[in-house]
Design a protein around this ligand. Structure first.
Ligand SMILES: O=C(O)CCC(=O)C(=O)O
Length: 289
């Protein structure tokens, strides 16, 4: 699956600067059509035969909810070689290593099917869940087919990668399968990221992002995403163990970062300026919905 290292020169200095400034980088055509067709078919067959133990909440073919018929696959790399190879792909490694000046560690894979009529995922920050420390987490999100506003592309808020974890409020659960939604800081706008098959969006795990519903009548929106933590991280939340190096070995000695409370940011006006105050409590904000 990997190109030979000589075939991939990795990101240019401009790419690295863009990623660090904006919190994301879209790399066009990083995976081939053939690779994506294989991954699409492979994981669709997996979910249609019951998910091999990775389907969130199990597969319910008779359900009215498209996401119960085609739930996300969570952490398939823990037993599935194809998912594992994606997670530690050389093309991903060279880019993330350049963005963070050090090879990161791999902790998660997810496959989303988002069939026609499925809800999306309201705006959130991945670092809230991964709790990598020190540093943050990051994602490599591969479009397995063409993705646009109609079938529920990602929406990102560029430049939010350096803000703290914001306290979530309620999402619109007619549009989102998750119940939390973080606010968008004034002056920032969510931007849709339309992608072609094989494009990869790399993004910082503190960046505010989410996706809308799939409004199409007959188009799936299939993707695979790998999540990573910075190489210097000493802690990560319990769910993300075991932690892997890109050579496939398991990292020993990381600590669990306890899940739950702690301060979260609230957007407030101060003398006509909006600022983020760390006066909220994540556990309370989450328990409220
Ligand atoms: O694919 C989506 O709609 C959301 C994915 C996401 O939020 C993530 O990978 O962190």
């Amino acid at each position: 699956m990997n190109p030979s290292p000589s075939a991939d020169h990795g990101p240019s200095p401009d790419d690295v600067a863009f990623y660090r400034r904006e919190g994301y980088l879209l790399v066009r055509g990083l995976f081939s059509e053939a690779e994506c067709a294989h991954l699409r078919g492979y994981f669709t067959e997996m979910v249609e035969r019951g998910g091999d133990g990775w389907a969130e909440g199990g597969v319910h073919p008779e359900s009215d909810d498209p996401l119960k018929r085609y739930p996300r696959l969570l952490q398939p790399h823990r037993g599935d070689e194809v998912a594992f190879r994606y997670m530690v792909d050389e093309r991903i490694r060279v880019r993330l290593t350049a963005f963070y000046d050090r090879e990161p560690l791999a902790v998660q894979t997810m496959v989303y099917f988002k069939p026609p009529g499925a809800r999306g995922q309201a705006l959130h920050q991945d670092q809230r869940y991964l709790r990598a420390e020190p540093g943050t987490c990051m994602a490599a999100w591969l479009a397995l087919e063409d993705i646009d506003a109609e079938n529920g592309c990602l929406e990102i808020v560029p430049g939010t990668q350096d803000i703290p974890m914001l306290c979530p409020g309620d999402s619109d659960t007619d549009r989102s399968f998750t119940r939390d939604q973080v606010p968008v800081p004034r002056g920032s706008e969510p931007q849709r990221v339309e992608m072609r098959t094989g494009d990869v969006l790399f993004f910082n795990g503190s960046l505010v992002h989410g996706s809308g519903p799939n409004l199409s009548k007959d188009r799936f929106r299939r993707i695979i995403v790998g999540h990573y933590i910075e190489g210097e991280a000493e802690k990560v939340a319990h769910y993300y163990f075991p932690v892997y190096r890109f050579d496939g070995s398991i990292v020993e000695g990381l600590e669990e970062n306890p899940w739950g409370g702690g301060p979260c940011g609230v957007l407030v006006d101060r003398d006509g300026e909006q600022v983020i105050e760390m006066t909220g409590d994540m556990a309370a904000a989450t328990a409220a919905h």
